[in-house]
Design a protein around this ligand. Structure first.
Ligand code: B12
Ligand code: SF4
Length: 471
């Protein structure tokens, strides 16, 4: 294992010794369980950049860069403060890290923010190791808090930027490095590794934050107030900078929860990206089927003119009953409209010798109230996509979402604070027949799934067990 840890100059200057602790499963930057586990954390990157620009230097450690808690213990020793970005799925590790930090630095202060602090404050307040818990965004709060935590109460309401136009470019060299020689070879740090969507080195970035819809399984707008989108020029400038400093960039992943919104922004993107970017890198980004149907020309132009070639769509279900229950505000018809359009554009581009776009199809199974027929319809829908990377998950009742809160209150959630999510096939909700779903994914109900499908799609393999992702 490489040792990338250097104590910052602050240690000898009388300034407090500050540490950022990047969160994730142990070993994910040593010998990762999968490609997505290696993505860098934009919350950490942004806040650490702001701190360094204000002269508050920090060191970095990562739970992903060690393979045991014992190893982490030695790396987080001799610090006065630690900062963490805690999401629900990293909460168990964050709690454990805070406990270890206190053991090795009895006078040290633990400052934790991130979305779990907003959606499950009670859980964090109950843990004495968290000295300050920051809810909401942190851009306008982090520097003052890091300078003098004692001026703040235990629970702090963080302040964000009004617009992403005010965000500095993240200094990506402040992100943790891959922590094994083996991983370092393919990682492309400070850019990121390839994950099967487009060639590496990959740049992940955000152009917008928070989605205006209110699907009951999601919690986007429960924790970050709406904010202005990043100007198109700033996005392109950042890509060009990264390409010339750390590139050549291979492809881009736009991490926005909802890229396909704000038609005027998208029109400007179509106009400028192909001409002003050093290269119109292909990219992954997310949309919804109802807006594809609302603005089909805009969507088609994005696919053809800007190389949006991995299209993440939250189809979630192929059944209107379930889509209504999820407050998805998309219908079966919207879903099929988007699928047919992408299939058609794909064929057209392929005929021209260009790479056809692929659908990254997010669907959920095991939604409370779902019948076998609903689930067959969902799998039928997935099979009708000509070029698809299925991303299937068992519905997970996260705190912060309306349905999640409801199931937690009813005692039906099987996700605990010890285990918010671990393995793709973990059971998440009481009363769901997971065995049925495993058999469905193994192709046992192919006859039902294939009913009514065109011959072309019937012949596609019906086994999807490998498409199940952590959720
Ligand atoms: C990019 C992303 C990912 C990436 C990258 C993860 C990474 N390494 O960062 C990938 C694709 C890997 C991913 C995967 C998953 N994700 Co995700 N992801 C996101 C997404 C779209 C953007 C995150 C982001 O960068 N935001 C922008 C940054 C700037 O915001 P931020 O990190 O929250 O930080 C701000 C504040 O929280 C605060 N803050 C943070 N830390 C601190 C610390 C201090 C001290 C202070 C003062 C403030 C502060 O200030 C920051 C600036 O305002 C969010 C949705 C969203 N809009 O945030 C979902 C989201 C975080 N993911 C979610 C989930 C559920 C998952 C998955 C489990 C599966 C899934 N359904 O997508 C997996 C599991 C991941 C794993 N490793 O096992 C949920 C989390 C729910 C929860 N209650 O925690 C979200 C909210 C999406 C959703 N609505 O369902 N994800
Ligand atoms: S699931 Fe997608 S569309 Fe629905 S609120 Fe969340 S990010 Fe928005």
């Amino acid at each position: 294992m490489l040792n990338f840890f250097h104590k910052s100059k602050s240690a000898s200057s009388g300034e407090p010794r500050r540490l950022w602790l990047d969160m994730g499963d142990l070993g994910d930057l040593v010998n990762p369980a999968g490609p997505h586990e290696q993505w860098q954390d934009h919350g950490l990157g942004l806040l650490r950049t702001l701190m360094h620009q204000a002269g508050l230097m920090t060191d970095i450690a990562s739970t992903r860069a060690v393979t045991s808690w014992r190893q982490l213990r030695s790396q987080i020793k001799d610090y006065d403060m630690v900062f963490m970005n805690v999401r629900s799925y990293t909460y168990p590790g964050a709690r454990k890290s805070a406990e270890i930090f206190k053991e090795v630095n009895p006078n040290g202060i633990v400052i934790a923010g991130g979305m779990h602090a907003t959606v499950a404050l009670d859980e964090m307040e109950a843990i004495p190791y968290f000295d300050h818990i920051v809810q909401g965004p942190g851009e306008q709060t982090i520097v003052d808090l890091a300078r003098d935590p004692s001026a703040f109460p235990r629970v702090v309401l963080g302040q964000g930027a009004k617009s992403m136009a005010d965000w500095p470019m993240i200094d990506r060299t402040l992100w943790p490095k891959p922590a094994s020689k083996h991983l370092a070879k393919t990682f492309n740090w400070p850019l990121e590794p390839e994950c099967g969507w487009g060639p590496g080195p990959v740049v992940t970035l955000l152009t917008s934050r928070v989605c205006p819809w209110q699907c009951v399984f999601c919690n986007e707008n429960s924790y970050i107030p709406n904010m202005g989108r990043r100007p198109v020029d700033a996005v392109i400038d950042e890509l060009n900078y990264l390409d010339s400093h750390y590139g050549p960039v291979g492809s881009v992943v736009i991490h926005d929860s909802m890229f396909f919104q704000n038609p005027s922004w998208l029109r400007e993107w179509i106009e400028k990206y192909p001409t002003k970017a050093r290269k119109a890198w292909s990219y992954w980004a997310a949309g919804r089927s109802d807006t594809v149907r609302q603005w089909p020309d805009l969507f088609e132009a994005l696919l053809k003119e800007t190389n949006w070639d991995t299209i993440s769509i939250g189809f979630e279900s192929g059944s209107d009953r379930i889509l209504r229950l999820l407050n998805k505000e998309c219908t079966e018809e919207d879903n099929y409209f988007a699928i047919d359009l992408i299939n058609r554009v794909g064929d057209e581009l392929e005929r021209q010798g260009r790479k056809p776009p692929v659908i990254w199809a997010n669907v959920m199974l095991g939604i409370p109230g779902e019948t076998p027929e609903d689930a067959f319809k969902t799998m039928r829908m997935v099979k009708s996509m000509r070029r698809v990377l299925p991303s299937i998950s068992f519905y997970a009742p996260y705190p912060g979402s309306a349905l999640g809160y409801q199931l937690i209150a009813e005692g039906k959630s099987m996700m605990s604070k010890e285990n918010y999510h671990r393995y793709p096939d973990d059971e998440k909700v009481k009363g769901i027949d997971y065995q049925f779903y495993r058999e469905l994914l193994a192709g046992k109900y192919d006859d039902e799934v294939n009913r009514g499908l065109d011959r072309e799609f019937i012949d596609k393999p019906g086994v999807f067990s490998g498409a199940l992702i952590k959720a």
